[in-house]
Design a protein around this ligand. Structure first.
Ligand code: GLN
Length: 306
């Protein structure tokens, strides 16, 4: 028997609204600091396309690193296993924007979800696409079945002006030969990728292929092979929350991905995707309330991969 997800979501939402909202909105991307920090939205979409939401789930926000999952899916389908020669699949145990392991690892990022890894994925996109920005947007729009998905040029520009760390990583990886294009072009694409805006509702729908062995449930289109989806979910579980991936797995028990815009997506394979948005971040750069919500959700439903 299916649980009453709407009731569970609404109750946890109401409970958390009444509690302290700790953390901080990031200010290293100035344009992101303007957001109302009390925004809070949740949406779950299941494989039958039933949708359950609460709060600001129809409002767009900056998905930031959640977009790394789209970019990885797009590139992995095209490059197959060759991709792993340029980026590894190990948890980093470090912050998302850390440079520290790159020297010891000869310019091979630990995984595709830390910034260094996503920069390599952007470099690959520049190699294999005529127009990577358009092709990525089309990929995402097909998943959401809506044309209403765009880059936020202001956010992209704001990040570009402050991308000293990302530029450092990109140049450093170039010195090892693991970036083929001009670092400026890679950063420009990376900042656009991070600037994509979507709602919780769009996110929970668009990632259903990860809960459905690679198939988009309504169109039945195979986005990725089931073996690739298994692998992406494995990397999400072990690396999706940087040096808090163990904690997320421990508290929530689902593969997922966060972004510094305050969004989190989590996948319950064979069942649904759930997206949460609350802009205040904990010290590891993950949404404070988002983590709390999902911890409570999997506790109350008893649904996790374990
Ligand atoms: N655009 C952000 C950055 O590069 C993405 C980081 C994140 O969402 N964790 O720092």
């Amino acid at each position: 028997m299916k649980l009453d997800y709407q009731n569970i979501i609404s109750k946890i939402y109401a409970d958390l609204i009444g509690k302290e909202n700790l953390g901080k909105v990031p200010d290293y991307i100035p344009e992101l600091a303007c957001i109302d920090e009390n925004k809070f939205g949740v949406n779950l979409t299941d494989l039958e396309h039933n949708s359950f939401g609460a709060g600001d789930f129809k409002q767009k926000f900056s998905i930031q690193s959640i977009s790394k999952v789209f970019a990885l899916s797009f590139v992995y389908e095209k490059l197959e296993e060759k991709l792993w020669e340029r980026v590894d699949v190990e948890p980093s145990g470090n912050a998302f924007n850390s440079l520290v392991q790159l020297e010891a690892d000869n310019g091979i990022p630990r995984n595709p979800f830390i910034n260094a890894g996503a920069l390599v994925i952007c470099d690959v996109l520049l190699e294999i696409c005529e127009n990577p920005k358009d092709e990525l947007l089309t990929f995402i729009r097909n998943l959401t079945e809506e044309d209403d998905v765009f880059f936020n040029e202001k956010v992209a520009a704001s990040e570009m002006q402050n991308s000293f760390r990302n530029a450092g990583m990109c140049n450093y990886m170039k010195s090892f030969g693991n970036i083929k294009n001009k670092p400026e072009a890679v950063i420009e694409l990376y900042c656009h990728l991070c600037s994509i805006e979507m709602t919780c509702k769009q996110l929970s729908k668009s990632f259903l292929y990860l809960a459905n062995e690679g198939k988009e449930p309504s169109t039945k289109k195979q986005i990725l092979s089931s073996s690739k989806v298994k692998r992406i979910n494995a990397i999400l579980l072990t690396c999706g929350f940087y040096d808090e991936s163990g904690e997320f797995s421990f508290l929530v028990g689902l593969p997922g991905k966060s972004g510094v815009g305050g969004g989190i997506i989590a996948i319950y394979p064979q069942h649904y995707c759930i997206a949460v948005w609350s802009p205040k971040l904990n010290l590891k750069g993950n949404s404070y309330r988002g983590m709390k919500f999902l911890e409570e959700f999997t506790t109350q439903t008893g649904e996790s991969i374990f």
